[in-house]
Design a protein around this ligand. Structure first.
Ligand code: UDX
Ligand code: ADP
Length: 461
């Protein structure tokens, strides 16, 4: 017989957020039964196998500890809803690609469908927790849908944005800077809030759990991501100026970041930020500002995305100019395709733009990545014959005219660049889009080295 669980928790959406978050709750709270459901049967089968659908350091062990004990993955969404006391919603909310707000607003179709399914299936009171990042006031829309028929089931909607970053999800979940819970400030809202807070109290110190009204909670998530992305665009904008003035962006960031008010983290100049959140959330913020007539505020935040696009394109042009203004027929080895290290995720990866542009210039690409080659194949699928995919970086670099470092995988720091240099076409180029390899050492080996925000190190007069 199944043990008597204190609470039954359901999560709708078994993606990068829902899967790891629920695995952590289940691992930390054996007294709760946690079920994760998804419409994608293949994904659920992977969560139930030894080959999880996402790569995340430490995730396998957390899942293994709880799966089958108090953590379950299933496609039976309706039964999951009926059984649950608390329902987390972490379905995808991509940017709209059609109609009003296309390219800006969040596409809420998956989310609304979920709200309607909850309404149709629930037979007892539920607490609904927004986990997906959503536009401000989405909870209000959720409440309206849930109150739209005559069922007398009471729903209480909470906002509990997830701040985990991919690649460090398990660490972030285990030891979060803060957990944010937004609720209605009514008696039933506060009771629901306390129930959610009680879950996190199992492992998160009380002082790290912040409570607020729902709207502030929803907005805080968008603003956190906007601020983080803004830091990257700020240092990337300065990297362009460094390249013109022979300054070194790493030194500038180091000196600036020593000011405690500014802080040293998230100041690494790069080929650009990627990931499913930053661009989407900023565009969301921009859309909301426009909606309320705050055009100047909208424009201010839009520039963060603009600089990111500029940075990716600048990198392509740097490659083109350095390689004598032609890339036609040249073989370029792309080191890394994931949007950051320690993940196989390629959503919005700067490598996508760079590769597509290099192909437009008629280059031949060999893409290498330890975890993201399947996604890379999907992203560049239509590009056809001029791209090949090779996991081993040494094999990928054979005969290449240039290496382009697109992801900060630790293994790229440790490569035997002498060996790589020997088997490349000459003159050999390195374009370091992440400033991670030892530029002086590579220059000494014979490479012409171009990095972000640094004077180039070349062997040309
Ligand atoms: C981000 C937020 O950090 C997280 O709190 C939120 O919940 C989801 O969005 P994520 O997109 O997973 O997380 O990764 P993050 O570490 O923020 O990196 C985003 C992008 O910025 C990556 O492409 C990364 O390489 C780039 N980056 C990061 C830089 O270019 N420079 C930096 O200094 C830091
Ligand atoms: P995130 O990065 O926000 O977690 P993902 O795209 O990785 O986003 O995951 C979202 C998941 O939500 C996907 O696995 C998708 O199949 C699932 N999903 C979307 N709509 C529904 C729905 N109506 N019911 C259940 N799951 C859904």
């Amino acid at each position: 017989m199944e043990p008597n669980f204190e609470k039954k928790i359901l999560c709708i959406g078994a993606g990068y957020v829902g899967g790891p978050t629920m695995a952590m709750i289940a691992a930390k709270c054996p007294q709760y039964r946690v079920t994760v459901v998804d419409i994608n049967a293949e994904r659920i089968a992977q969560w139930n196998s030894d080959a999880l659908p996402i790569y995340e350091p430490g995730l396998d062990a957390v899942v293994a500890a709880a799966r089958g004990r108090n953590l379950f993955f299933s496609t039976d969404i309706e039964d999951g809803i009926r059984q649950a006391d608390i329902i987390f919603v972490s379905v995808n909310t991509p940017t709209k690609t059609y109609g009003l707000g296309a390219g800006m607003a969040a596409d809420l179709q998956y989310w609304e469908k979920t709200a309607r399914t909850i309404l149709a299936c629930a037979e007892s009171p539920k607490i609904i927790v927004e986990k997906s990042t959503l536009p401000v006031k989405t909870a209000l829309a959720m409440e309206r849908i849930l109150k739209s028929n005559d069922s007398h089931v009471h729903f209480e909607v909470l906002s509990n944005p997830e701040f985990l970053a991919e690649g460090t999800a398990i660490r972030d979940l285990e030891n979060p800077d803060r957990v944010l819970v937004g609720s209605r400030l009514t008696e039933s809202g506060l009771q629901a809030r306390d129930q959610l807070v009680e879950i996190y109290r199992n492992w998160v110190p009380t002082e790290s759990i912040i409570t607020s009204d729902i709207w502030s909670s929803e907005l805080s998530k968008l603003v956190s991501n906007a601020f983080l992305a803004q830091r990257i665009s700020s240092i990337n904008a300065i990297s362009a100026l460094c390249e013109k003035t022979d300054a070194d962006v790493t030194r500038v960031a180091g000196a600036v970041g020593r000011d405690k008010r500014i802080g040293s983290r998230f100041l690494n100049a790069s080929v650009g930020f990627g990931g499913s959140c930053f661009k989407k959330d900023i565009l969301n913020l921009v859309y909301i500002c426009r909606f309320y007539g705050l055009d100047d505020v909208a424009e201010y935040w839009e520039k963060v995305v603009h600089i990111n696009d500029y940075q990716k394109e600048r990198f392509v042009r740097l490659m083109l100019t350095a390689m004598f203004n032609t890339l036609a027929g040249k073989k370029i080895c792309i080191l890394g395709f994931a949007f950051k290290a320690d993940t196989g995720d390629t959503r919005e990866s700067p490598a996508i733009h760079v590769c597509k542009r290099l192909l437009e210039e008629k280059a031949e690409l060999v893409v290498s990545d330890p975890k993201a080659l399947d996604n890379a194949r999907r992203d560049l699928g239509a590009a056809g014959k001029r791209v090949s995919y090779v996991k081993d970086p040494y094999e990928a670099a054979e005969g290449a005219h240039a290496l382009a470092v697109m992801t900060e995988w630790a293994l790229y720091r440790e490569l035997d660049f002498r060996r790589i240099y020997r088997c490349m076409a000459k003159p050999a180029f390195v374009f370091d889009g992440r400033n991670i390899v030892d530029h002086r050492k590579l220059h000494d080996i014979g490479f012409n080295v171009y990095a972000i925000g640094k004077p180039p190190l070349t062997h040309f007069d």
